[in-house]
Design a protein around this ligand. Structure first.
Ligand code: FMN
Length: 337
């Protein structure tokens, strides 16, 4: 029988369920970890719009280990409707990782993810994040520590390498799975030194998919439904992880999971932003929410093509009541009285 008559494997649809270490995930469109952004309500927003799994912003294993009060109260807050949820930890000490992961499990995490991709010098200097590509034995000890401490499946998110052309992230991923029992790999196929710029290497991602037995989740360059579908196809990954493409655009999850074909209306965008404002106030109190929300406003103002004077006032507003008024005024199309 020649190869051409063999049935071709049918690629899973993005809407098909899969599992990570036995944890069922309802589809293959995930929210990526986003530092300073991926709190419980941003994850809940992604879930409301159809994401199969949301990963938290990175949380210091040391802060958890020392039971830092704000870290426990704010970063370990998990909404009952978020599950399954993955909590991402960073650190450079296996014992501390074990204890931090135990606390994340107590707080209700379903999965623990370890950050081995952060390129920020402040993080790398401590030996954490992407620096772990240079110390595979420590990386393995962290993965084992997290699994032992939490009793949960552990995943790792990493880069392809430190410098362009370097495959140390690929090699580490293989060891983490084969020797460290890691349940899935989040692969961002850009060198750490490239930050978030440049074309991700989906061909290298495919090589990893073919090399390891656990799900590979591809990250990088997924700014639109077309880009995410193309990366999914090219890489053969088990799932996609949406990062910057989700900022102010939770509708991307609906588009990718087939529940939306039309862009959101102005009313929907305004209602969504008002929901975010309410959740931020509930989470941080009015004074801190006012400052925190300045990160969020430009994403929505841009989608609404807000007139510059409204966008500026919103950005400077020190009063949530006024911010809500300004946002409400954007429901009318620009230039229509
Ligand atoms: C503001 C911001 C914060 C991020 N924080 C994290 C983080 O905490 N942990 C992590 O593993 N990756 C983090 N990343 C990387 C993203 O998860 C993702 O891998 C990267 O943005 C590439 O995807 P994109 O090109 O589709 O945005 C962050 C990226 C951005 C832009």
């Amino acid at each position: 029988m020649d190869g051409s008559s063999l049935p071709r494997p049918v690629a899973a649809a993005l809407t098909d369920p899969f599992e990570i270490g036995g944890v069922p995930i309802s589809n293959r469109v995930l929210l990526a970890p986003l530092a300073g952004i991926g709190n419980w309500f941003v994850r809940l927003q992604a879930k409301r719009h159809g994401a199969g799994l949301a990963v938290s912003e990175m949380v210091s294993s040391f802060a958890l280990h020392h039971r830092n009060e704000r870290t426990l109260r704010e970063l370990m807050r998990i909404h009952p409707d978020e599950h399954p949820v993955s909590i991402q930890l960073f650190g450079h000490d296996a014992e501390v990782m074990r204890s931090g992961a135990a606390i994340a499990a107590e707080a209700g995490a379903d999965l623990i993810d370890i950050n081995m991709g952060c390129p920020v010098p402040k993080v790398r200097r401590t030996g954490a994040g992407a620096q772990l590509l240079r110390d595979p034995d420590l990386a393995l000890a962290l993965a084992r520590g997290a699994a032992e401490g939490s009793g949960l499946p552990v995943t790792v998110k990493l880069r392809s390498g430190i410098e362009a052309g370097d495959r140390s992230g690929f090699d580490l991923a293989v060891r983490l799975v084969e020797e460290g029992g890691v349940a899935a790999i989040g692969f961002h196929p850009r060198a750490a030194t490239k930050g978030h710029k440049g074309a991700p290497d989906y061909a290298l991602t495919r090589e990893l998919v073919e090399r390891i037995e656990v799900p590979v989740i591809v990250s990088g360059g997924l700014n639109s439904a077309e880009a995410a579908r193309a990366a999914y196809r090219e890489s053969g990954a088990a799932a996609v992880m949406i990062a910057r493409g989700s900022l102010g655009n939770p509708w991307l999850f609906e588009e990718l999971t087939g529940s939306r074909t039309e862009p959101p209306t102005r009313e929907e965008i305004v209602a969504e932003l008002l929901w975010v404002v309410d959740r931020a106030e509930e989470h941080l109190g009015a004074a801190r929410a006012e400052r925190y929300l300045r990160k969020f406003y430009p994403w929505y103002a841009e989608r609404l093509q807000a007139p510059p004077e409204i966008a500026d006032e919103l950005q400077r507003s020190a009063d949530l009541g006024r911010a809500r008024e300004l946002i409400g005024s954007l429901a009318e199309p620009v230039g229509v009285a």
